[in-house]
Design a binder for this molecule. Structure first.
Ligand SMILES: [Zn+2]
Length: 476
């Protein structure tokens, strides 16, 4: 960014976009439900096709895509529409890490010339990164505002209105979730955001006190943290039902029998809605009040579901890796990003809520956290239901996988460490019942160890991050 600073003029954000064109292309709530949200299948496919071709043209300009696609035998012009999408090789976050290592600091997958920074409103946000620098993604005004509109569509359908106060328990720092939520609620619903941050920024006791004092009516919070807040309320004699909570926007995670949601809704006395999104593609799918699958914001993203082992695209209804193609962002283009998140895509249908979209299943786990145990695929997130169903636990657990033995007798040892609710819970009885429940749910026998409340937080990161870690891999 070594432009001559003295010759530059200020750039105003209100001029960063053609706002009328933006809202015609990506209708915000109030307009979405009557337009893009209920397009026919043919109209939607045509719209997606046009946007896909524009994004493919953007991608050809960047070495990351140009080199990968040329290596796969593609030339510009070979991809003439969505019917050709499977010719394009998918990529994963590992490829983005390589791109950043190859062309630091921003990688060769996104525009980053000095002229680009001087001419464009750009934000630096990050995702992931357990060693070294986190993975950086640049956002221009289109990327920021379309992601905000995606979130706003979800909020609106779930009942958020301008008169609501929405408490956001994500920290507004380098990660995108807090900003995306703030922008959605503030720019495109007109609700009042309260950016309390995570439990590290604002303690759980204070979160509850602020909610009562300032009249929080809506929350944007991960399910794990909702459970944690309910626990703190119980411990401190705070009655959650005295709050004015009208709706909760969350990421529930695996919950096939619905018990996790029911427990949270009872604790909070309010509906809890599931959503799905990621840093790069935004909050692309959301439940409506029917709570029967998540509506896709199909004008912003094209979704494929791929077999974990072969990469073959699966028919609707089958669970596999979600591969996302962003239809709105050029900074950076995202074409066939294998998220390694496990979900299923369902047929397009008219929902009783009036929207006409494909729906996504709930989130079922991460394929890169899969552990192969005696021939069975085990996902750490698949333990969540059994753990949260048992009232003697507080819902917290972590799977620890390690190698034991040497040579031919070397094998993987998988143990699920579960926190009991209090020291008064009979650990031995809980362990036996937990092993039986997990055997039933996972289809393979695993060992269980019972830990005291809070003992696992150092591993799961709960309390310091909104996203709890469920696998500790000690096999290296
Ligand atoms: Zn619906």
């Amino acid at each position: 960014m070594s432009m001559d600073v003295d010759v530059q003029q200020p750039r105003y954000y209100w001029q960063a976009l053609d706002w009328d064109a933006l809202t015609r292309a990506y209708p915000p709530p109030g307009r979405f439900e009557a337009s893009t949200g209920r397009m026919s299948s043919d109209e939607m496919r045509a719209l997606q096709n046009d946007r896909f071709l524009a994004r493919v043209a953007d991608a050809w300009k960047l070495p990351f895509y140009r080199n990968r696609w040329a290596a796969a035998g593609l030339e510009p012009g070979d991809v003439r529409g969505l019917d050709d999408i499977e010719k394009i090789p998918p990529f994963t976050s590992d490829d983005l890490k390589d791109a950043i290592d190859r062309a630091p600091p921003f990688g060769d997958h996104q525009p980053s010339s000095p002229e680009f920074f001087a001419d464009t409103h750009v934000r630096i946000l990050t995702s992931g990164g357990t060693t070294g620098l986190p993975r950086v993604t640049l956002f221009d005004a289109v990327a920021l505002e379309v992601q905000a509109i995606q979130s706003a569509r979800a909020f609106w359908v779930q009942g958020l209105r301008p008169s609501d106060v929405i408490q956001i328990t994500y920290t507004n720092s380098l990660a995108n979730a807090g900003w995306c939520t703030f922008n959605g609620a503030f720019h495109w619903v007109g609700a009042t955001p309260m950016t309390a941050g995570s439990g590290v920024v604002t303690s759980s006791e204070r979160q509850l006190a602020y909610a009562r004092a300032w009249g929080t009516t809506a929350w944007f919070t991960r399910a794990e943290y909702l459970a944690r807040l309910a626990e703190v309320a119980g411990d401190t004699g705070f009655d959650l039902h005295q709050l004015k909570t009208r709706q909760i926007h969350s990421h529930i995670g695996p919950d096939a029998d619905g018990s996790r949601r029911r427990a949270l809704e009872e604790a909070w006395n309010a509906p809890v809605y599931d959503n799905y999104g990621t840093h790069e593609i935004g909050e692309i799918a959301f439940e409506c009040r029917e709570k029967s699958g998540m509506h896709l914001s199909e004008d912003t993203v094209y979704i494929e579901i791929a077999d974990i082992a072969t990469g073959a695209i699966l028919p609707h209804g089958e669970t596999g890796n979600l591969i996302a193609t962003s239809l709105y962002r050029s900074v950076p283009p995202i074409i066939r990003f294998n998220m390694r998140d496990l979900l299923a895509l369902h047929d397009r249908e008219e929902c009783p809520c009036g929207l006409h979209t494909h729906k996504l299943s709930n989130f079922r786990g991460r394929s890169d956290e899969m552990v192969k145990l005696r021939g069975t695929n085990v996902y750490p997130l698949a333990c969540m239901e059994a753990v949260s169903r048992d009232p003697r636990t507080n819902g917290e657990y972590i799977c620890v996988v390690s190698n034991v033995g040497e040579g031919l007798s070397k094998r993987e040892h998988f143990v699920v460490r579960v926190e009991r609710k209090s020291a008064g819970v009979d650990a031995e009885a809980l362990r036996t019942d937990m092993e039986a429940a997990l055997h039933r749910d996972l289809g393979v026998r695993v060992d269980v160890e019972i830990a005291d409340p809070g003992a696992l937080a150092v591993y799961t990161g709960l309390g310091t991050q909104n996203k709890a870690k469920r696998l500790l891999d000690l096999r290296k």
